[in-house]
Write a protein that binds this ligand. Structure first.
Ligand code: NDP
Length: 330
């Protein structure tokens, strides 16, 4: 078994030396367990946080422990009544080639209509995050303006498309002209602003002539500060992620424009997708229905290279090197 383990707690951007990648015996499933042969691993921004010590929504990965990861593959051997050899499954199986599971959090998926990669992407955790963050916390109404950062990414691309399905106007923020083109032309957003072009405030104000009712936050930092003054009264900010701060080595300054939260009576609410665990079915049904109607476009950025490419592939998320859901084929 080829396995990625955490070698040490990283400082700043992840580096190859933060991981140990080694061959280990292939694990044997015990009573009530099955073994999955993993074929794709999901790379998620949250991984950087899981590598840190300290209080969070999930316990840190221990130094020496297997790198936590959503992954997908095929059941090879099973002593579990609900998982049969040949079943395609997803779950928190870790960054490795073979995993043993007792079925907790694992899901048998149908790959007839969607490739396995999509079950850890648009139909998996990122899609579910876009759905609940926008529908439950953002609560966009017809005609309102929804802005989302990291708009070309796994979560962001779906947030804008779901906003459109709800009858709202969707405006993205993304890095570079090519990503902005994809956001408008492929995902059908009404507009997209390139934050790297140097005039985010001006361009965003022009793209949102009626102000912003919902800001789906994936990035934080300066982008949040630029958006805050453009928010409308009683606007909502689902705080989904703060990727600009994940690799920071020092505490970052908070937003300067907090006054907008007061005078506009904004609701800012952080959430973690696991909060919605008892309603995953609802998101899965809606996403599958919209996809079936041709109203959702998905893009998986699938990288080759096997388990050993894990560190290099993970870095892409924090440098904007991915376009769409980042997946490593192993
Ligand atoms: P993406 O596919 O969006 O990839 C990450 C993207 O973030 C990059 O491509 C890059 O896009 C952008 N980015 C990286 N660094 C910066 C920076 N310093 N400033 C601005 N943009 C940056 O990842 P996901 O869709 O998987 O995740 C998006 C966000 O959602 C993350 O913050 C993640 O932590 C969060 N999330 C939260 C969950 C929850 O339960 N709360 C669950 C899942 C995800 P660009 O080139 O445009 O800069």
């Amino acid at each position: 078994n080829r396995v990625v383990r955490l070698a040490r707690r990283p400082v700043g951007l992840v580096s190859n030396d933060d991981f140990i990648i080694a061959d280990e015996p292939i694990p044997e499933p015990g009573e009530g367990e099955f073994r999955v042969r993993i074929s794709c691993i999901s790379l998620d921004p949250a991984m950087r946080g899981w590598m840190n010590a300290g209080k969070s929504y999930a316990p840190p990965i221990s130094v020496g422990g297997i790198m936590r990861a959503f992954s997908a593959g095929e059941v090879e051997v099973s002593n579990h009544p609900l998982f049969k050899p040949g079943d395609k499954v997803t779950g928190l199986f870790g960054a490795q080639k073979y995993a043993v599971s007792n079925g907790q959090g694992a899901l048998v998926v149908d790959t007839k209509n969607a490739p396995l990669e999509r079950w850890i992407g648009g139909f998996g955790m990122p899609g579910t995050t876009a759905y609940f963050g926008l529908i439950d916390i953002g609560r966009p109404k017809k005609g309102e303006t929804v802005v989302v950062s990291a708009a070309a990414g796994a979560v962001g691309s779906l947030v804008g498309q779901i906003a459109k399905i709800q009858g709202a106007r969707a405006v993205g923020i993304a890095g570079g002209p090519e990503k902005c083109r994809i956001v408008t032309e492929e995902y059908g957003f009404d507009a997209c602003v390139d934050y790297k072009a140097g005039n985010l405030g001006g361009e965003l104000a022009a793209a949102c002539p009626d102000g912003i009712d919902v800001y789906f936050e994936n990035v934080g930092g300066e982008i949040l500060d630029t958006v805050l003054p453009l928010m409308n009264t009683f606007g909502r900010i689902p705080l989904c992620g703060l990727i600009s701060a994940y690799s920071a080595t020092e505490p970052l300054p908070g937003p300067k424009n907090l006054r907008s939260i007061l005078v506009n009576r904004l609701t800012v609410r952080g959430f973690v997708i696991f909060d919605f665990a008892d309603r995953y079915e609802e998101a899965a049904t809606a996403l599958a229905m919209w996809a079936g109607e041709g109203r959702l476009k998905f893009r998986e950025d699938v990288r080759e290279g096997g388990i050993d490419a894990f560190p290099e592939t993970l870095k892409l998320l924090y440098t904007g090197g991915n376009v769409g859901k980042l997946v490593l084929k192993v």
